[in-house]
Design a binder for this molecule. Structure first.
Ligand code: SF4
Length: 368
């Protein structure tokens, strides 16, 4: 048995699903265990996606149940313990209790390489855990390494070490150029980010081999692996690639991503849900609440039932207030206007427009 476990968490979202498909087809030699943490409150489409994935992968996706042994589903079990206090972006007990803690229990002290589906067109790190026995790898990005690994490798105190590795790794005719770049000290005009990108431009595979060799002198889980096929990765996959992977594999894109037309006082708009997660997730935008109300009224009703004793999913308004006809009309009109501004190619000074990147908030454990 390998000294290191290779794990991939399926959130129910498109990116982790596509990553599972991608890893199976591109790196079949890796023995990856797939897991998912069930909150008990996902949309049916998410459960369907997980079923389809199991068929494609030809193996079970391990189900982590945070409330194992309880007669209640995981979310309701913990809500009771928290005295009905609904989670929010400031108090996200749900992610901690339903996702992170079961994951950490699942791996214990094992050495783990965890594959994370952050895309090449995203500017976020998406750590799930900072425990030292877990190392995150990002196969969709040109830079597959986590920030902490890159920081260590390019740290000025490790320059000599990095240069010495150019003798070990076959860099061909680019060897002296690698040495030159690795020797160049960092300053405000040559940041760590610049250095990494220039190294990757010079040779992505070669840079990966240098970093993999460097890891052998550390405590990272990959130090214990003889080889690691992802060092050969030179791809950078973006949003469209994810949809293509899901469609071509036959697993399919969850139906809630499908845009549906609506009327906003004579103007046409389109809405959908932007990501997986609990149907009542407080990270969703107002237009997504409207989508839930109009497309899954029974789930909206259930979300409303959680709002009692002064607790609401949104700080500014309750779900009962949000679906008053005049409020729904306003939300739709504002959403259409925002979409128009975004598509007009004019750099908008409005903060709202910047925040309208519907995937910008949230966490790796729930949505990727
Ligand atoms: S999807 Fe939202 S509500 Fe559900 S566990 Fe994640 S953050 Fe909490």
């Amino acid at each position: 048995m390998s000294k290191v476990r290779h794990l991939l968490g399926i959130s129910g979202g498109k990116d982790s699903a596509a990553l599972a498909i991608y890893m199976k087809s591109k790196y079949p030699q890796l023995d990856i265990d797939y897991y998912t943490s069930d909150t008990g409150k996902e949309l049916d489409e998410t459960y369907k996606l997980i079923e389809n994935l199991e068929v494609y992968l030809g193996k079970k996706i391990h189900l982590l149940n945070a409330a194992d042994g309880s007669h209640m589903n995981p979310f309701d079990h913990f809500l009771k313990i928290y005295g009905g206090y609904l989670p929010s972006s400031n108090s996200r007990w749900c992610t901690k209790k339903l996702k992170l803690e079961p994951f950490e229990k699942y791996i214990g002290n094992d050495q783990v390489v965890s594959y994370v589906g952050i895309r090449g067109d995203e500017d976020r790190e998406g750590y799930i855990s900072r425990k030292s026995n877990i190392q995150s790898i990002f196969p969709f990005r040109r830079n597959i390494w986590s920030e902490d690994v890159v920081n260590k490798f390019l740290n000025s105190s490790n320059i000599d070490k990095a240069i010495s590795l150019t003798e070990v790794v076959d860099l061909g005719s680019r060897s002296s150029r690698f040495v030159e770049l690795l020797s160049k000290p960092l300053d405000y005009s040559f940041t760590l980010h610049n250095k990494l990108n220039q190294l990757l431009d010079l040779g992505t595979k070669e840079t990966n081999y240098l970093i993999f060799e460097f890891l052998k002198s550390t405590d990272y889980p990959l130090a214990k692996e003889e080889d690691f096929p992802l060092v050969e990765n030179e791809e950078n996959l973006v949003r469209d690639d994810i949809f293509r992977i899901l469609e071509e594999s036959g697993v399919g894109v969850p139906a809630y991503y499908k845009k549906i037309e609506f009327d906003a006082s004579g103007k046409k708009g389109e809405y959908s849900r932007s990501r997986s997660g609990c149907y009542f997730c407080f990270f969703q935008q107002k237009i997504e609440w409207v989508w839930l109300h109009e497309q899954h009224p029974e789930l909206y009703e259930q979300a409303m039932e959680y709002e009692k004793d002064g607790y609401t999913w949104n700080q500014e308004e309750s779900l009962a207030e949000l679906i008053r006809p005049d409020r729904v009309k306003q939300i739709k009109e504002e959403y259409v206007k925002r979409q128009e501004r975004l598509s007009s190619n004019i750099k908008s000074p409005y903060l709202l427009d910047i925040l309208d990147d519907s995937e910008s908030e949230g966490c790796a454990a729930c949505f990727i």
